[in-house]
Ligand binder design. Structure first.
Ligand code: EPZ
Length: 423
């Protein structure tokens, strides 16, 4: 099995082109199911999760063509004019929970589908009850048996009002995708505000959907009968950008993040990192992040957008291990997202976890050790910690990294940092 060897005491200094966002590309790919006409997506990141979604779409009967625009971006043209299979099997869904995003589109266009229940995962129980309740509000009949969701709407979905009791990103996306082809108007209240929701709505509108209010907590979708051909470019990955910003902090280096308005995409994160002492400067088409003197401890609360993203929590914890003083992290989205703490402690970190709270007594040197990646963001947090530690670190289970970070080795190499893949 491939592992990553990270050499310690390295400093990042260079330019990182930020790839298209994984968490935007996945729902955009699922959106292709809604139409028999082609959807051309640009700036799609070459990631394992994208390949898994393409495998799933292909198994349903969709076809696609990939054009490699650069090492970091593909254009993918999808056509779903010959869907013949309406089942998303357990074998695929267990690999990638975002497979659940085919539920809304299949149901809306074909009136039936069978999608495996995703089950829990390393970061929490991760229920999908709100996806199902939202679809039921649109008139779907849902039956859960044998580990599968069987959804049907023999006479098509009907627009309706639905108020999400808790904000959910993929839940909002799934119901929005379905409502696009429902008869009449759907009003989604307490909808998620994440930029990836805006990206999906913008793409659907380019395909001919009638969506407004995206980016606010009330999204209005006037159903249409069909969608047309469209071309759309995936937004930049704000979590990848935040990860490299932390790389500058943890290695006392500097990085130019290129390809987006990251201040707008990461408001609370940048605010917190500025409080910790990192310097952010606007540059052409991006943001420069610099270490400019000793960092201060901070307190972080993860929250839905525009709050501090849970997907940058593990990386932030890695950085705080190197910051003199006591920092605190409160994880408010996922009930079990501190698995990386135990691995950081194997490298010498002083972290106490109690339920949703992690206390980090930082400032001690960390030392390379064999560690294990438990999920995507945990895996990159270990890479970051290892870059700043003494000695080298071997990270196992790096397939997590390949699911969501494009060309890490190459992007770091462009900034003078070496990591190796070893067998
Ligand atoms: C999305 O997951 C992201 N995934 C996650 O990114 C991210 O951590 C998360 O949003 C929060 O920002 C994709 O976009 C593909 P939620 P999602 O539904 O949509 C509860 C990464 O590392 N909930 O917004 O699955 C749930 O338990 C990943 O890239 C219900 O109770 O997250 C959680 O506490 C991991 N019932 C909260 O809502 C539901 O039906 C938010 O979850 C749905 C969710």
């Amino acid at each position: 099995m491939v592992k990553i060897k990270v050499y310690g005491n390295q400093k990042i200094d260079g330019i990182v082109p930020i790839s298209g966002a994984k968490n935007s590309a996945l729902p955009l790919l699922a959106a292709a199911i809604l139409s028999s006409n082609s959807l051309k997506l640009k700036n799609v990141p070459p990631l394992l999760d994208v390949s898994t979604m393409l495998d799933l779409l292909e198994s349903l009967g969709a076809t696609y063509q990939i054009n490699q625009d650069s090492m970091y971006a593909n254009t993918i043209e999808l056509k779903a004019d010959s869907i013949y299979n309406f089942t998303a099997p357990y074998e695929i869904v267990k690999k990638m929970r975002a497979s659940i995003l085919v539920l809304g589109p299949l149901l809306a266009r074909f009136g039936k589908c069978k999608v495996s229940l995703p089950g829990g995962c390393a970061i929490g129980v991760r229920p999908i009850d709100l996806h199902l309740k939202g679809l039921e509000a649109l008139g779907a009949t849902i039956d859960l048996s044998d580990g599968y969701i069987r959804a049907s709407a023999a006479n098509g979905l009907k627009g309706s009002d639905f108020d999400f009791p808790t904000t959910t990103v993929t839940g909002t996306e799934n119901v929005m995708l379905a409502a696009t082809l429902a008869e009449g108007t759907t009003v989604l209240k307490n909808a998620a505000l994440e930029p990836e929701i805006i990206d999906l709505a913008n793409c659907l509108n380019k395909m001919g959907a009638k969506i407004s209010g995206h980016g606010t907590s009330t999204i209005v979708i006037k159903g249409v009968t069909s969608l047309h051909e469209a071309e759309y470019s995936v937004m930049p990955d704000r979590i990848e950008a935040g990860t490299y910003a932390i790389a500058a902090g943890i290695t006392r280096g500097r990085v130019d993040l290129i390809g987006g308005n990251f201040r707008k995409l990461l408001p609370s994160f940048i605010d917190k990192m500025e409080k910790a002492g990192l310097r952010f400067t606007d540059i052409e088409n991006g943001l420069r992040v610099e270490y400019s003197g000793e960092l201060s401890p901070i307190s972080v609360n993860t929250e839905p957008f525009p709050g501090f993203p849970t997907d940058l929590q593990a990386q932030t914890m890695a950085m705080l291990c190197f910051v003199n003083g006591e920092s605190n992290i409160y994880e408010n989205i996922w009930e079990n997202r501190f698995m990386h703490a135990a691995e950081l402690m194997r490298m010498g970190a002083n972290i106490t976890v109690f339920q949703a709270h992690a206390n980090i007594k930082g400032g001690k040197r960390l030392k390379g050790a064999p560690v294990m990646a438990t999920d995507l963001r945990a895996s990159i947090s270990l890479v970051l910690a290892a870059l700043a530690a003494d000695g080298s670190t071997i990270i196992d289970r790096v397939y997590h990294l390949d699911r969501g970070y494009c060309c890490v080795k190459e992007k770091l190499a462009n900034c003078g940092v070496t990591i190796d893949r070893i067998s």
